[in-house]
Design a protein around this ligand. Structure first.
Ligand code: PXP
Length: 253
C-alpha cells in the first residue's frame, strides 16, 4: 500500500553563482537566494560544489551551512577532496553525482555498478559522519539494486532524459522513472528525482507517490529573471502539490 507522503522541494541555487561568477564579485549572492527560497517555501537547498568551482565555491558551502536554516544537500563527486569537504562541513545530505570537466551539466546518472568499489568507502565515510547519502542514478533496476547493496539510504533518479524527450518518447522515459520509483520502494530506498524539471514537466513526476523530494535549479533561476525567484518557487510548489493530490485522489488545498 502506498501511504501518503509529503513531497519536498529542494531548490538548487548553483546558477545564481553562475551569474555571479560571470563578472566575479559578490552579486548575485547564492546565499541570499537560499534565504529567499526558504521564505518562498523550499524545504531544502541543494548546491553542487564542482571540482572546477565553475559556480558554487567553497565559501558558499561554508555560508550555506552556517547561515541558512534549511537542510543543505551537497552534490559532490566521489573524490577524496570532496569527501574531505563534506566531512568538514557535515551537510544534512550528500548526493553523489558523476562529474566530467568537459560537461555543461551532469549529463547522466552515476554508474554505481561500474563504480561500486570506489563508491563503497565514500558512502560509508559520509554515513559514518551522520550525513544522509543519496546516489544520483539513471532510472535502471541494476543501478538501484547496486545502490541498495552499497548501503545508500536514498537514490535520486535522473529526470534529464524524460525532460529532454519529445513526443511519444517522453511517455517512455516517464515510464522508466515510474518503474524505477516502484523498484526503489520495493528495496526500501527513499526516492528523490531531479534534473531539467520545469513547470511543464514537473507534474507527472510529482504524481509518483513514492517520490518524496524533487531537486530543481536551472529552470527556477531562469524563470526568476522574468517573475522573481519567490513567484517561481511558489508556482513550482503549487504544481507539485496539485499533481500529488490529484494522483492520490485528493483535493489540493
Ligand atoms: N539533482 C542533481 C543530482 C543535479 O546534479 C542537478 C543539477 O545540478 C539537479 C538535481 C538540478 O537540475 P536542474 O538544475 O536541471 O534543475
Amino acid at each position: 500500500m502506498i501511504t501518503k507522503r509529503p513531497l519536498r522541494l529542494g531548490v538548487n541555487i548553483d546558477h545564481v553563482a553562475t551569474i555571479r561568477n560571470a563578472r566575479g564579485g559578490r552579486h548575485p549572492d547564492p546565499v541570499r537566494a537560499a534565504r529567499l527560497a526558504a521564505q518562498a517555501g523550499a524545504d531544502g537547498i541543494t548546491a553542487h560544489l564542482r571540482e572546477d568551482r565553475r559556480h558554487i565555491g567553497d565559501e558558499d558551502i561554508a555560508r550555506l551551512v552556517h547561515e541558512i536554516d534549511l537542510p543543505l544537500n551537497l552534490e559532490m563527486a566521489a573524490t577524496p577532496e570532496m569527501l574531505g569537504i563534506a566531512l568538514r562541513h557535515k551537510p544534512h545530505a550528500a548526493c553523489v553525482v558523476p562529474e566530467k570537466r568537459t560537461e555543461v551539466t551532469t549529463e547522466g546518472g552515476l554508474d554505481v555498478v561500474a563504480g561500486a568499489a570506489q563508491l563503497e568507502p565514500v558512502i560509508a565515510a559520509l554515513a559514518g559522519a551522520g550525513i544522509r547519502v543519496s546516489l544520483f542514478i539513471d532510472p535502471e533496476k541494476r543501478q538501484l539494486d547496486m545502490a541498495k547493496r552499497l548501503g545508500a539510504p536514498v537514490v535520486e533518479l535522473h529526470t534529464g532524459a524524460y525532460c529532454e524527450a519529445e513526443g511519444t518518447r517522453r511517455g517512455f522515459e516517464l515510464e522508466r522513472i515510474v518503474t524505477a520509483a516502484a523498484h526503489a520502494e520495493a528495496l526500501g530506498l527513499e526516492c528523490h528525482a531531479g534534473h531539467g524539471l520545469g513547470f511543464e514537466t514537473v507534474a507527472p513526476v510529482a504524481a509518483i507517490p513514492t517520490i518524496v523530494e524533487l531537486n530543481i535549479g536551472h529552470f527556477l533561476v531562469g524563470e526568476a529573471i522574468f517573475g522573481g525567484l519567490d513567484s517561481a518557487i511558489k508556482r513550482m510548489r503549487a504544481l507539485m502539490q496539485e499533481a500529488r493530490a490529484a494522483a492520490l485522489g485528493e483535493k489540493s488545498a
